[in-house]
Design a protein around this ligand. Structure first.
Ligand code: FEO
Length: 396
């Protein structure tokens, strides 16, 4: 199967139907690694796929053109879901040149220890393929320091690398059918943004400024994961603008783990209070909801209530893991508070508070601690606290 995005521009990627874990992110719907082939006077391959899947990609390319006829390879991103197939591709294709950012050259050299014919490109550099021209756009940290995008001027087609992608295996290559199921795809896009790009929201905003300054317009946006946008590229751009702005919604999450259900009783009482206040609220037990799914909800939440029992003077391990993951994703514009049951030493609330402060989140309360099992009065107070925190922090 070959698919054309524009005359002589082919999708030559691979669909990874069985992928369920992407460095810790639950990819319940699989993924794709999108690579693209441009037929011109200089035949050009944009990106590759994972190492173990590259035979499928090369077979797809070979349906269109002899591999030896490829002149150029553009490597937009070093991460191995896109470059893992480069060594085998290089050996089979032997291209004249490999175009990448300066950081891309450094990263690819460290990964593969090969003296490939690199050509470093920077933002605004152009490359004529004959009838058509590429423009390069460096996009550091979207998703790694080396990341860049490649724009095919004549088709107004942006090969956007990781940005605007989603982990979704599908027989659909394009967004044409999105009007039938936009929520499903928007959810996968949001999950991807939250787990991959949330720390870099300010850089996403800068990217939009850069695009406006250069004056690029898009008829097609072709990311390296998920669907290609040709029906409505503006749709995904508007979602990214919203997420990058990190404007919180009137939405609260109660995220917790529990040993003998006491912290869970507090979680449930806090949840009742949030609902009393009329805000959107969700309860997530850390051994029931995958952390990558919780992070999807964190993205636009305005209030996080995080609960842990004290275990051996410490946090419960799942709570510790969640806080480590959350801190790395640099959430912005949220209030947060801690809660938990304890037996004798009761360090958990203090330890959660330290993490929340390290994340520079607004500490909405000093923390709710209850010894052993909460009694009815303490549960009523927890419920009141949930309502109060929602009113104080979510404008309800
Ligand atoms: Fe799809 Fe950052 O790799």
């Amino acid at each position: 199967m070959t698919v054309q995005l524009a005359p002589g521009v082919h999708w030559v990627g691979v669909i990874d139907w069985n992928l369920r874990d992407f460095h810790g992110y639950l990819t319940e719907a699989g993924s794709t690694y999108n690579a693209y082939l441009i037929l011109d006077e200089k035949i050009t391959l944009i990106d590759t796929v994972k190492k173990e899947l590259v035979p499928e990609m090369l077979a797809r390319v070979a349906e269109i053109v002899d591999l030896e006829k490829i002149d150029y390879i553009v490597s937009n991103h070093v991460e191995m879901d896109h470059s893992g197939g480069l060594p085998e591709t290089m050996a089979r294709v032997k291209p004249e040149k490999v175009f990448c950012s300066p950081q891309g050259k450094a990263g690819l050299s460290r990964h593969y220890k090969e003296d490939w014919p690199f050509v470093e490109v920077k933002t605004g550099d152009e490359l004529s393929l004959g009838r058509r021209t590429l423009t390069f756009l460096e996009t550091p940290m979207l998703h790694w320091p080396d990341s860049m995008m490649t724009y095919l001027q004549e088709e107004e087609l942006l090969f956007s690398s990781d940005a605007f992608g989603a982990h979704l295996a599908s027989s659909e290559r394009f967004d044409d059918r999105l009007p039938d199921h936009p929520e499903d795809y928007a959810h996968q896009l949001k999950k991807y943004y939250a787990n991959i790009l949330m720390p870099y929201g300010p850089l996403v905003t800068q990217l939009f400024d850069k695009i406006a300054k250069i004056g690029l317009s898009f008829k097609i946006i072709a990311p390296d994961h998920g669907l290609i946008y040709r029906r409505d590229p503006a749709w995904v751009l508007s979602l990214y603008q919203k997420w990058a702005a990190a404007v919180p919604e009137a939405k609260a999450l109660v995220i917790y783990d529990t040993m003998w259900h006491s912290t869970e009783m507090l979680a449930t009482a806090l949840m009742e209070g949030l609902m009393d206040a009329g805000v959107e609220a969700q309860l997530h037990h850390l051994r029931s909801t995958h952390i990558s799914d919780i992070i999807t909800e964190v993205l636009d939440a305005g209030l996080l209530l995080i609960g842990s029992p004290t275990l051996n003077n410490n946090l419960f391990p799942t709570v510790s893991q969640f806080l480590t993951y959350l801190k790395g994703l640099r959430p912005r514009n949220k209030a947060a508070a801690a809660f938990g049951s304890f037996g004798w030493s009761g360090e958990a609330v203090k330890l959660i508070n330290q993490e929340l402060e390290a994340m520079k989140l607004k500490l909405a309360h000093e923390g709710l601690k209850v010894k052993y099992i909460p009694d009815p009065e303490e549960l009523a107070a927890a419920r009141k606290l949930g309502e109060q925190l929602a009113k104080e922090n979510l404008g309800k």
